[in-house]
Design a protein around this ligand. Sequence first.
Ligand code: TXA
Ligand code: MG
Length: 541
Amino acid sequence: MKTEILKIEDITKDAALIEKAGKTLREGGLVAVPTETVYGLAANALDPAAVKNIFEAKGRPSDNPLIVHVADKSGAERLFEKTDERFDALAEKFWPGPLTVIMKKSDIVPDITSGGLDTIAVRCPSHPVANAIIRAAGVPIAAPSANTSGKPSPTTAQHVADDLSGKIDLIVDGGKCEIGVESTVITLATQPPRLLRPGKITPEELQEILPDLIIDNAVFSELASGEKAQSPGMKYKHYAPEAEVVLLRGSLENAVKYINKYGNAESVAVCFSGEKNNFDIPAVEYGLENDGLSLASNLFYVLRKVDDLGFSRAFVRCPKPVGLGLAVYNRLLRSAAFHVVDVDKRLPVIGLTGPTGAGKSTVAKYFVENGFYLIDGDILAREAVKNSVVLANLAKEFGQDIINEDGSLNRRLTADRAFATPEKTKALNAITHPAITALTYIEITRADRSDSKGVIIDAAALLQSPIINMCDMLVCVIAPKEERVQRIVERDGITVEQALTRINAQKPEQYYIDNTDYMISNAKGEDFHAKADEILAQALK
Ligand code: TXA
Ligand code: MG
């Protein structure tokens, strides 16, 4: 098959080209279409034979469902089994645009389009060429990214031609895609709704409409064997150039040291703008460190470039996983098949948490006896509230009278107010956590320079704090509630009632068990040392 390329210079003047693309789709052909995210490989979503050709051209596994593209919200409604107010609000706010919504599908959607699932993913692209082609076709358009399955997604017509020339009817060239990474994918078919793939529309923006939205595990981590993928596409090695990708998390200084040590003539550094002269090996820049859009829009372009230049290994500087950076990080994790090196860090970091009174400090002490450097969350919290900005914000939240005459914090009064309700506890955390996190970082750096074997962070609120990202391993200590009440009463000299208020302000025991890697049971008469030894051995491996 000869693949024809149609270049759109001006959408108002090129109506005949748009009509040609629409007609090709209506008649069952395959057309690569520019969107604001990446190029899509389009076919009539309601025509099983046409959709089958998409899977063949891409070499895509048949259980990986496609996204159906519509020209407006009403085009989406007939693809879903039922209406949903949450969908209405999302479409109102984010469409046309880079958000894909999954719900139960209606009978008109063929099984092949949904990869055999009873749900369907739908999005309404904002790119004027995509929108015009969908209207011209007059049918909903199934379109995965227009790359060979597993390769980086295409952000130019040339990328599409490199992968699919000879396998598809048309490529519509609408220039370089603006966003450069695929749409945000969420599903409303699970309870609570989940973010399956990060993109330009961030979780924070979505939470305004979906306050209970959670981020699926697959966004950050490799699926454990046997675990069922919520989004089939996330289980495959993906977005990968021929070259091996190694993701380097950490400072520029240490990335330079690492790359200059391990790089050779066949490797290239992929770094942020302005950094390339630091390296002894060739380097390409992929965007500004603090500008997610600039990184996203060049990411796939640069990954393809690495292959074009003939390198067999790319060391890539890891973006901060915030805003659009989260999407870039998510794609890079897969390009690297989860090979991430933490260049700043030498020592293993264990995060130790658990409900109050369970005996965390006793366990932490045992790790210290075994050569670990202790970072005590309570001490850092005390340190953090000496910061004048933190103090001022606490006074604003909990009342001026929590400040003592000498300017220090009345901790008892603050604790009473902050632990009175879950909302108040959350407010306390929001004020103090950033300062505590910064102090923790400094402490880890200090530990790295000591001759300790590892770091143990003892922190009750660990799981709700960004410190969790600094830990290699999470451990909780638990004990029966009655024993915990008893311990707190004795330790802090408070009443049983006060102890219960504090305990009830915290998450239930199961929360700690569910969100950590290891559990140490520290009930009276039980010996925790064997379990602690097992964890020590694992950490030092
Ligand atoms: O920006 C985009 O979304 C681009 C452009 C072309 O619109 N399209 C795109 O499609 O990225 P694709 O097929 O490369 O990625 C679709 C992702 C896959 O990870 C797939 O597994 C997931 O969405 N997906 C599709 N339907 C699903 C469903 N019913 N349930 C769960 N995941 C689904
Ligand atoms: Mg894709």
